[in-house]
Design a binder for this molecule. Sequence first.
Ligand code: ZN
Length: 259
Amino acid sequence: MAEEIDYVTIAKGTPGMTGADLENLVNEAAILASRENAPTVTMTHLELAKDKLLMGGERKMVISDNEKRITAYHEAGHTLIARLLPGTDPIHKVTIIPHGMALGITQQLPEDDRYHYPRSYLEKRICVALGGRAAEKLVFGEVSTGAQSDLKMVTDLAEKMVCQWGMSEKVGPVTFTRGEEHPFLGRKLAEEKGFSEEMAWRIDQEITAIICHEEEAADELLRDNRDRLDALATALQEEETLDSNRVEEILQLAAAVRP
Ligand code: ZN
């Protein structure tokens, strides 16, 4: 290990990881270091290893400038909303380099291990997740297929809020098997619903209401901060990856030129 290694920074960037996960991370970093015949494992190796574990390895793809621009605005939308809403997890990194199945990634990391998630936190998470799509809508006038995994995450989360965590006043403090994770597909198919058609309708209404409310919030935030969104998207197209310090810098510059 190089002397410069800052263990506190690594700990902050790996919340929720077990000892075995950390061992895997260090191992991955050592492989990267030995591949380039480096004398020691550095912070760069550890950071690359973490990206690989958390986001999947970088994927070499030919991407047109237009595609790049759409991805840049999409990720800038996530990033800007996460920065504007208080109480969200801090931005760690945003990139338009494809990793695994994703064309771009906005990585947020919680400050510490959390076990309780208040309703307001979950709502903001939905808002951040809808930010990519909202940015595409605002800038290009239409949405693309790029938001599919965001929408799945948003729908799952809103369903859990209503059906598992009693966070809807209209549905009340009850739980339903809907929104539960079923380890075996067969069980879900065979299960009885256990609630009325009327309740099923109300649940659907509430899930949609939560998501639409956050979508409106995302649209409004991006509309009101279009200059910052443009600044972030431009920087992403030029630099491809921005760390948290660079995001701050860009947002401050954009704020400084505001009339
Ligand atoms: Zn997205």
